[in-house]
Design a protein around this ligand. Structure first.
Ligand SMILES: C[S@@+](CC[C@H](N)C(=O)[O-])C[C@H]1O[C@@H](n2cnc3c(N)ncnc32)[C@H](O)[C@@H]1O
Length: 249
């Protein structure tokens, strides 16, 4: 069953407080985005705007966040109202956005892993390419397609686990559970091989596709010790990649 983020918008927001989110997810993503000052940014699958706000605070602008879930967008807009940053939010399916090719950076934390097959992924990639300037960059993090099921319980010490119903085949649902002080929430991603991901990105016109290792922030090492992060870094549950839109011939 697909995830209804409308029902868990608040709890999902709380999951962003888990230390690995800050010290690995956020740290590695921001390293990959490099400087964003003055850049036009589109944050697809922005959720309640965690990265949308962060990118704006780092000097990006204009910044737009798009998410399928009205509940997530409501939460993002409530935060914009309470602390205005000038971010625009839109409730829409990323595949159907009517965007101009004006963004310097398209950012998507956990969008591609909602595609159940090559065609859905291709539609997402076409939308990404439609929204980017030639030479613009796409930075993303998703469920790691090479994380083996034997590793799915390793995350317990970090506050998450994953579950698979059957064999790890294309389109197989992967249930992520976040074990939070407020209780456990579950979101469902879908498995596609790295080859399928690269094929769809390339077919849509994305180039220089690079997979990046997860990295831990110096503060994370200082606070928790390097050994704490070793199992996560040795077999990361999430995969980072970036690529560029090809220049028109
Ligand atoms: C795991 S959350 C990540 C939210 C945010 N990027 C973050 O990192 O906090 C995944 C988000 O993807 C959104 N989503 C899933 N499929 C989508 C689609 N086709 N178009 C736009 N958003 C989508 C969901 O509504 C959900 O808010």
């Amino acid at each position: 069953m697909s995830t209804s983020y409308d029902q868990i918008a608040k709890e999902y927001q709380a999951s962003k407080l888990l230390p690995w989110r800050t010290h690995i997810e956020r740290y590695t993503l921001l390293k990959l985005t490099r400087g964003v000052a003055g850049m036009q940014v589109l944050d697809l699958a922005c959720g309640e705007g965690y990265y949308t706000r962060l990118l704006r605070r780092l000097g990006a602008g204009p910044v737009t966040g798009v998410d399928l879930s009205q509940g997530m967008i409501d939460l993002a807009r409530a935060q914009e109202l309470a602390d205005p940053l000038g971010v625009r939010y839109e409730a829409a399916d990323a595949r159907a956005i009517d965007s101009q090719p004006t963004n310097d950076l398209v950012f998507a934390a956990y969008l591609l892993n909602y595609a159940k097959d090559y065609d859905e992924l291709l539609a997402m990639c076409h939308a990404i390419v439609r929204s980017m300037k030639p030479g613009g960059r796409f930075v993303t993090v998703n469920n790691h397609p090479s994380d083996p099921p034997e590793n799915f319980e390793t995350g317990r010490k970090y506050g998450y686990s994953k579950k698979l119903d059957g064999p790890l085949v294309e389109g197989a649902p992967i249930h992520w559970r976040f074990h939070l002080p407020e209780g456990t929430i579950e979101v469902t991603n879908y498995y596609l091989t790295p080859a399928t991901m690269e094929r769809a990105m390339t077919a849509a016109g994305l180039r220089n596709i690079r997979w990046h290792p997860a990295e831990v922030s110096p503060e994370g090492v200082e606070q928790w010790g390097a050994a704490h992060w070793r199992p996560f870094l040795d077999q990361p549950p999430i995969a980072f990649l970036d690529c560029t839109k090809e220049w028109a011939p």
